[in-house]
Design a protein around this ligand. Structure first.
Ligand code: B1M
Length: 210
């Protein structure tokens, strides 16, 4: 009998081979891919996100859990696409121009994927033009900007100004984050939201696109 709770627990423990094996076994038993996604993979990833937020687990555990999530996703993704299950929205994500830090941004991306978003990750040192290109080429609901340096925080403002100049500001929600970023800075630069950590970022993105 497929045990979705067991898949969520192995995901939280970061056991990718076991997640893969159990996801495949559940599919073989006829469990719907959406059920595996919502009731096993997303549950496990959300739970690790809460533990991370409460400092009960740390970055390595989250990265290993995220890898286990990816292993499970690899199996069901083609089936979800076949079934035409729509993601809850698309988020373009990147670390702003001049900034090379990506560990936190990657965690945010994984939590967003775990929450059911399609994530277009533009990587690090992303100039405003690259964000603009991605918004124009895709159906994007939300843009996530990450910065870890006080010296690159102004690039967040410049990026938002560039969206305005390109006439794109009103069609997207913008969330910002990264260690030196605060809610008041987010307000000051005209972002729609600020999240202090990866789990909150996924919650915020859901709110912003709902
Ligand atoms: Co750099 N670095 N670094 N660094 N680095 C910091 C950020 C620093 C605080 C270290 C220090 O001096 N104490 C300092 C910044 C000081 C400041 O500006 N106030 C600093 C500096 C100065 C530098 C260099 C300038 C050093 C130099 O060359 N002299 C240089 C700059 C390079 C550049 O970017 N142009 C530099 C380089 C590097 C490495 C390349 C060596 C490496 C980055 C590797 C990589 O990312 N692949 C590195 C690292 C690892 C760090 C520290 C040690 C760790 C950062 C990290 O990954 N934290 C960092 C010191 C520290 O933070 N203790 C430091 C773990 C990560 C999970 O947390 O990224 O905060 P964080 O992400 C969190 C939240 O912030 C939030 O969610 C994440 C998960 O909860 N979050 C978002 C992040 N993005 C979000 C987006 C959102 C929402 C939430 O919405 C879109």
């Amino acid at each position: 009998m497929a045990n979705l709770r067991e898949i969520a627990d192995f995901l939280k423990a970061g056991n990718a081979p076991k997640v893969k094996e159990l996801v495949q076994a559940a599919l073989d038993e006829g469990v719907e891919p959406t059920e595996i996604l919502n009731d096993a993979l997303i549950v496990g990833m959300s739970e690790i996100g809460v533990l991370f937020k409460n400092n009960e687990v740390y970055v390595p555990e989250v990265l290993i859990a995220a890898r286990a999530m990816k292993a499970g996703m690899e199996i069901i993704k083609p089936l979800l696409v076949e079934k035409d299950v729509k993601p809850i929205g698309t988020v373009v994500l990147g670390t702003v121009k001049g900034d090379l830090h990506d560990i936190g941004k990657n965690l945010v991306g994984m939590m967003l994927e775990g929450a059911g978003f399609n994530v277009i990750d533009l990587g690090i040192d992303v100039p405003p033009e690259k964000f603009i290109e991605a918004i124009k080429e895709n159906e994007v609901e939300c843009v996530g900007l990450s910065a870890l340096l006080t010296t690159t925080m102004p690039a967040m403002k410049e990026t938002i100004e560039a969206f305005k100049a390109a006439g794109l500001r009103d069609q997207i929600k913008i969330m910002v984050g990264g260690a030196p970023v605060t809610q008041s800075f987010a307000n000051e630069i005209g972002a729609d939201g600020y999240a202090p950590d990866a789990a909150s970022a996924a919650e915020l993105a859901k709110e912003l696109v709902s």
